[in-house]
Design a protein around this ligand. Sequence first.
Ligand code: PNS
Length: 170
Amino acid sequence: MERIAICPGSFDPITNGHEDIIRRASLLFDRVIVVVAPNAVKHPVFSVDERVALIQTVCGNIPNVEVDKFDGLLVDYVRQKSACAIVKGLRAVSDFDYEFQMALANKKMMPYAETVFLTPSSDNMYLSSSLVRQIAQYGGDISGFVPRSVLKPILVRMCPGEDIQNKLII
Ligand code: PNS
């Protein structure tokens, strides 16, 4: 039986840390579906469709990875796709409470699916989309934090009116 994993998140925007987790999940499962989910407590910079398109530029060449979006309970999506696992990156102790809470609630609602936590590579331990947004917003260099294909779209959105050419030379 095909082993399908769901890799959910806000991905606003996708970072090197996300890419790392997705690539490693693709080696563990037959199929990985990266799903952009609207997170009610956040005010996104990119629309859901834009985030899906950005992820596609990063993961489109990984044969067993596809990108999708959904609006609803994650467990319903997991059930709909007959997935056996939810894959998430667990960066630091600060992530633990929130992720643990979601994993337990999801397990209670859908006992047959496991939440699998992957540890990011040490390079990406501290990385988050909100950090990238903040650095970009104040004109900092984000080229080391995000995949090459998403650098320009992020700068265009986050630094309107600024000359971004020098930030694209890496
Ligand atoms: O990237 P994030 O913000 O950590 O992702 C959180 C996300 C989108 C995975 C979570 O908010 C989610 O699963 N949302 C869908 C709604 C849902 O199922 N909520 C209950 C989780 S127990």
